[in-house]
Design a protein around this ligand. Structure first.
Ligand SMILES: [Zn+2]
Length: 226
């Protein structure tokens, strides 16, 4: 599949800090009623938000900010001991109304285009699989995107991000396991578990460190440290 890239420049960018290396790929949903509405906001100088790319539900890909520049998508964010992740990340906004406006499944055309785009980005930058994250992973107390309908497992099957082949033992300290994966650990456990479940255990997002969640935590932690 060939990406249909549409240039749609946003003024909301800055230089990356001197010497910054792009090592995080961050996925979002737009959380607005329509794609055009989201594009307008991400290009509005008064909104001061942006992303590098927007992927529409029909698979069209819009380029808003060149990868060499810093876009404004992450906000206050933490992963694997790093913070303020706009400086070192590439952000992709995936059109979906989100939990506020009628969360729905991501169409196959959209996911296929997203996978192609991610693979191109991963070929250009030294981004480890454990640093392919959702907004909710890096801001668990503020964000829910891209959410439990997002097919992380399918992306991983295409070589994008981590997904375990089998669960680990259902034991261990959940907070320590979350920290080994990359989550900050100074938030309430149910908030962190909910973020983990949205990404790696979407079949039941309940905020509980139950046996199934512990087993999945162990498996993802092992992969993140491999
Ligand atoms: Zn987001």
């Amino acid at each position: 599949m060939t990406l249909r890239m549409i240039e749609h420049p946003s003024p909301n960018h800055e230089p990356r800090p001197e010497g910054a290396v792009v090592e995080v790929l961050m996925l979002h949903y737009t959380g607005m009623r329509s794609g055009p509405e989201a594009l307008a906001r991400l290009c509005d100088p008064a909104a001061i938000v942006s992303s590098h790319y927007v992927v529409e539900e029909d698979g069209r890909v819009f380029r808003l900010v060149p990868e060499a520049l810093k876009a404004r998508h992450a906000g206050i964010s933490h992963w694997r001991g790093h913070s303020a992740l706009n400086a070192t990340s590439i952000g992709i906004e995936i059109v979906n109304p989100g939990h506020e406006w009628g969360y729905r499944h991501f169409p196959a055309m959209q996911m296929a285009a997203l996978a192609d785009l991610c693979l191109e980005i991963l070929a250009r930058h030294p981004i480890p699989a454990r640093n392919v994250v959702g907004h909710s992973d890096v801001a668990p107390d503020r964000k829910q995107d891209p959410g439990e309908f997002f097919d992380w497992q399918g992306l991983a099957a295409n070589g994008i991000g981590l997904w375990p082949q089998r669960d680990g033992p259902a034991k261990g300290d959940p907070l320590a396991l979350l920290g080994r994966i990359g989550y900050r650990t100074d938030l309430p456990l149910d908030v962190l578990i909910t973020a983990f479940q949205r990404h790696w255990r979407p079949e039941e997002v309940n905020g509980l460190a139950d046996a199934g969640t512990l087993a999945r935590l162990q498996a993802v932690a092992a992969l993140a440290e491999a």
